[in-house]
Structures are given as C-alpha cells and as structure tokens.
Design a protein around this ligand. Structure first.
Ligand code: TPP
Length: 596
C-alpha cells in the first residue's frame, strides 16, 4: 500500500546493498528523494519529523560505507530512523508507520534484521552497541563494526555518561557518532551544550580524557565529507567518536525555523506547513491535561513562593514551558535526566520547596530508585505529576504509561492519585502543595484532552484518600480510577436505555484507598468491576482485591485494564478496545455480570 511515489533511485532500493551499487555521485540525489518521501508521508499521516530530516545524509553514508546488517547500527531514541527504515526494506509499508498492526515508529528487533536494537527511550545506544562489541571481541569476530548514533540531547543523560566511561577503556572497535544539532526536543540545556558550541577542541578534550579518540566535527550534510570520515574510521580498531554537526529539520523550511514544533507533528499541508483543521473547528474543545497542568502550576506558583517546577527535557510536551517563560528561576528543564530530576526535587524538598516534578509515566521508570531511596524513605513531600499515563497511542510499546500505578503503590509513604477530569487535576495539584500535605504525592493523568470545557474552577482541597460517587445503582458497582471513569460514564448512559443502572464510583486515589466507600460497596454489592488505564498485574484492581481479601469480603470482581502483554502502536481508542476497557468493553462486562 505505497501511497507516496518514490523517486527513481529510491524505487530501486530494497536493501542497503542495492544502494551500494550506486556511484557516490548519485547519493546526493538519493538524499533528496528520501527527504521528499519523508515529507510526503509525514504530511499525510503525522509522525516524528525534524530529527529524521536532519540525518538523511548521515543515514545514507552509514549504510553506504558499513555493511549493515552484518555491521551493527544502533540508533539512539530511534525517532530519527525513518530514512533508515526506508532504505532497509520497509518503504512499501511505510504508510502504516505508527498505526495499529503497522510499522513501529522506532527501530524494533522483531521488525527487521537491520534494527540491531529496539529503542524509544533515549541514551541506551552506547551501552547496547558496546555490549555487542564486547560479545564480538570475546567470540573473536574482529570484522564486524559497531556503531551507535546518539544526539547531543540524549548525551545529557547519566546512562550515556556511564557508557562512555566504560567504552573508553573497553578496547573494542566501537564508533560513537554524536549527532550534534544543538537541540533536544526543546533547545538542549546544560554545560554540555556549551562544550559543543565552544572552542574547537573543547569537545575533543572531553572525549579523549575518557579514552575515546575524537574525530570531527564534520558537516553532517556534506555527503562526501561524511563518506570520507567513515572510510577513514572503519579500519581503526579502538573506541572512537565522530562528532557530526547537523541542522534539525533540514530541507523543510518551517521545520528548520521551528524545530521544537516540528519534532513530531500531526498531518499537515506540506505547501503551507499548516496543520490540517479539525473536522469541526467551531465546536468548543476541552483543554489538554498538559495545558491544565501548565496553567495551574503557574497559578499556584504566583500564590505560593515555595512552588517550583522540574522537567527532564519535556518543557513543551508537559507545558511547564509556561512557567519557565514567566519564572525561569523557579521552573527548570534539567535535560534528559530523570534520575537527577527526582533526586534534585528531593534536595529542594528538604529545604521546604514544594516541587512539582513532572515526568512522563514511561520515563519515570528510569528514576525508580530515586523515587524510593531519595524521596519515599525520607518521606519528602515531592509532587510527581506523571504525564502520558496509560496507553499513549502512536508512540507504542516503549512509551506506554502502563506500570506507574503498580510501581508507585507498593512504595511506603506514597500517595497515588489520578484525576477523572481537568478540574480534579487542578484540585489535586492544589491539595498536594498545601503545607498540611506531608508525603510524596503522585498525580497521574493521560496524554491529550480532558472532558470539561469549563475546567477552570476555584481551587478546592480534596481530602486525601476520598473517592466520589458518580452514580448510585444496583447489582453491579463499577470502581474506576482516573480518566477511564469517563468511559464508565458513557457505558452507564448507554445502559440506562436498557434499564440497567450500575453504581459508579470515581475512587480518585489508589493509595490510600477510600475505606468508607469500600466498606459500603462491599456490603451492598456482590458484583464489582474495576476499571483502570494501567497494568492489571499489581494495579488498581489488584489493590481493591487485596483490600477485599484483607477484610474477608468476597464479591465477584472483574478487573478491566491493561493485560500482561506488550501493547503496540495504534490510536488510544484502538489500544483501549484491544485491552478491553473502552466503553464498549465495560458495557459487555456489566451485561455479562448482570446475566450471571
Ligand atoms: C529517557 C527519555 N527521556 C525523554 C525522552 C523524550 N525524547 C525523545 S527525543 C528527545 C530529544 C532527543 O534529542 P537528541 O538526542 O539531541 O536527538 P534529536 O532529536 O535532536 O536528533 C527527547 C527528550 C526519551 N525518548 N527518553
């Protein structure tokens, strides 16, 4: 189903070996065709964009000089690997990129032998390529090349520093290509950016002090220079770095001009650069949870001088940018540094600061020890806003915010909450920063729009551990946590015409649980359904089951949520239906229980 017309050179390339039959002088034209293909496809379907445009020449040069897939090529994050996918047998399927049952938006081992390592989270590439290089060294395989391509943004993470520290003394032939475009998603931050922008030779000293021979900088859009550099590096049997300078968004003017906006995009008009209009542009839309977070923290910060905001590299994504723009000293982007973000928040909290540490649920996985060791054991009242909690859609398996309820609720001192709508998000944020709240406090909410158009209400304190009854009912009680409560509302509305009226409770807190409500519900109902946008193993439903068991009541309980398997890319609605907790699945579960 190739929907975009490939240029004459690209059309003939199914694997990189086909490309190696071209003369070096033809590769410039191939790069143009690749750029056009990426622009055409992403303008139709959306996807990651600017980073991929910046590495077209780099991708062609790597596959031309090195003998992939025998030589291993590991892309860091993997959001920039579209040209790589197009050259490695996936052009005809590329219209399915990021779609249900389609191609993953990131490299994935099961998808292609050219994807040496699965990615999505940043800063793993040097470790992974080094592991491969050490294995080959032990096996006596001296021919194979091991290449990691890592951005200057991904280099800000501790994980990549750990790998560089090892690589320099590893005695392997690893080649680390540093793709320096001065951007993370937002402008890159910290001392490292100064090092790269500074004096010629500064970056060389940095790397050589660690034992990595430094080459470059090379202009990453100068194809002959790249080809020369890789030919020179190929025979060198020691750990080395090639510093490549590129322009994020290269070749599509709007993306070159606004690299953050074009990091990833929805479908757009490629001639004007305008996003496609929503179907019903005049209909009032609820805001995104992200924007409610951004506006609310700013309101709270204006009222309370102790409020601070921390984000590891997602200021635009989580909307902390609103506060960074107004109060740059009290809202900080620390780079891709989730571990540091959490330990830093703990340090700030020891001094009485009320820190909102906003980390995507999936990226919080990286800072788990800091959550336990630095925050929870010391019972510091850090507020963790976990954005993109639940099923995230097109980014797929690596980005699902599936596990946070389970991994947070097992930690002592932790309060774990999830708002069902934007007004509740505001009230929870308000409650979390009150002087009377003295424990670490998780607020998890999904990607995308809420449900209320009149979300901006005066702040209210919510009693910690208190749920709310949405609908009284008979026979079946549905207990929901967070945004999926709205799917229950829809299910109840549809069932009303059949005279089926289940009770519906929005628990608001996974920990502590509302024991008054649970005592009442378990006394009155023999049938309970739990609904969550999180993993079933150890999640919210498990918490309810534990409580019921501990209190020696045994109603029939059906748990709806994310099953124990990897959930791939698609729309959130497709993923929710597949997992079985969308409105339709809830209706089926209620009907089924009623019949029994
Ligand atoms: C651990 C982790 N934190 C945050 C992200 C979100 N993220 C994806 S790409 C990106 C920026 C990467 O910048 P860089 O490595 O310089 O690559 P570029 O996009 O500039 O090519 C970020 C922050 C992530 N993928 N993984």
């Amino acid at each position: 189903m190739e929907t975009v017309e490939a240029g004459p050179l690209l059309k003939e390339i199914n694997v990189p070996a086909d490309m190696r039959l071209l003369a070096p002088g033809q590769l410039g034209l191939l790069c143009e065709e690749l750029r056009r293909y990426i622009i055409d496809t992403v303008s139709l379907y959306g996807g990651h964009f600017a980073a991929g445009l910046g590495v077209v020449e780099l991708t062609v040069a790597l596959h031309y000089v090195f003998h992939t897939p025998e030589d291993v090529l590991v892309w860091d994050v993997g959001h920039q690997a579209y040209a790589h996918k197009l050259l490695t047998g996936r052009r005809q399927l590329f219209a399915t990129n990021r779609k249900w049952n389609g191609l993953s938006g990131f490299p994935k081992r099961s998808e292609s032998p050219f994807d040496a390592f699965g990615t999505g989270h940043s800063s793993t590439s040097v470790s992974a390529a080094l592991g491969m290089a050490i294995a080959d060294k032990l096996k006596g395989n001296t021919e194979r090349q091991h290449i990691a391509v890592i951005g200057d943004g991904a280099l800000t993470a501790g994980l990549s520093f750990e790998a560089l520290n090892h690589a320099g003394v590893s005695g392997t032939n690893i080649t680390i290509v540093v793709n320096d475009n001065n951007m993370s998603i937002d402008p890159n931050v910290g001392g490292l950016t100064r090092l790269f922008a500074g004096h010629k030779g500064d970056a060389a000293k940095y790397f050589e002090a660690l034992g990595l021979k430094y080459y470059g900088p090379v202009d990453g859009h100068d194809l002959p220079a790249l080809l020369r550099a890789f030919e020179e590096l190929k025979p060198l049997n020691f750990p080395k770095v090639l510093h490549v300078k590129t322009l994020k968004g290269k070749g599509y003017f709007p993306a070159e001009q606004n690299q953050t906006k074009w990091h990833a995009t929805a479908a757009f008009d490629k001639l004007t650069g305008q996003l496609n209009q929503p179907k019903d542009p005049d209909k009032p839309q609820p805001p995104k949870y992200q924007d409610v977070f951004g506006k609310t923290i700013l309101e709270l910060a204006r009222q309370n001088p102790l409020v601070m905001g921390i984000t590891p590299a997602m200021p635009s994504g989580c909307s902390l940018k609103m506060m960074i723009d107004e109060m740059p000293e009290r809202a900080i982007d620390v780079g891709i540094a989730e571990q540091h973000a959490v330990a830093l928040s703990a340090g700030l909290a020891t001094q009485g600061m009320k820190v909102f540490c906003n980390i995507y649920s999936t990226f919080m996985q990286r800072a788990y020890d800091m959550v336990i060791h630095d925050v929870a054991i010391q019972d510091l009242p850090v507020i963790f806003c976990l954005d993109r909690a639940g099923l995230v859609g097109e980014d797929g398996a690596t980005h699902q915010g599936a596990y946070d309820i389970a991994y947070m609720r097992c930690i002592p001192n932790m309060i774990v909450s999830a708002p069902m709508d934007e007004a509740t998000l505001r009230h929870l944020m308000y409650t979390a920063q009150l002087p009377s709240t003295r424990h670490p406090f998780v607020i998890r909410y999904p990607r995308g729009r809420g449900v209320l158009t009149d979300w901006h209400r005066p702040f209210e304190e919510i009693e910690i551990g208190k749920g709310r009854v949405i609908q009284e009912g008979t026979e079946v009680a549905v207990l929901s946590i967070g945004h999926p409560g709205n799917f229950v509302v829809e299910a109840c509305q549809r069932l009303a015409s059949e005279q089926i009226f289940p009770a519906h409770i929005d628990m608001r807190f996974v920990k502590p649980l509302d024991e008054v409500i649970l005592t009442d519900i378990s006394g009155r109902f023999q049938k309970i359904i739990t609904v969550e946008d999180g993993c079933l193993e150890g999640g919210f439903g498990s918490a309810i089951l534990e409580w019921l068991n501990d209190h020696k009541v045994h109603p029939e309980v059906v748990r709806l949520g994310i099953p124990d398997r990897v959930i791939e890319q698609g729309t959130p609605a497709e993923q929710q239906a597949d997992c079985g907790f969308d409105a339709e699945s809830i209706i089926t579960a209620i009907r089924h229980l009623m019949k029994e």
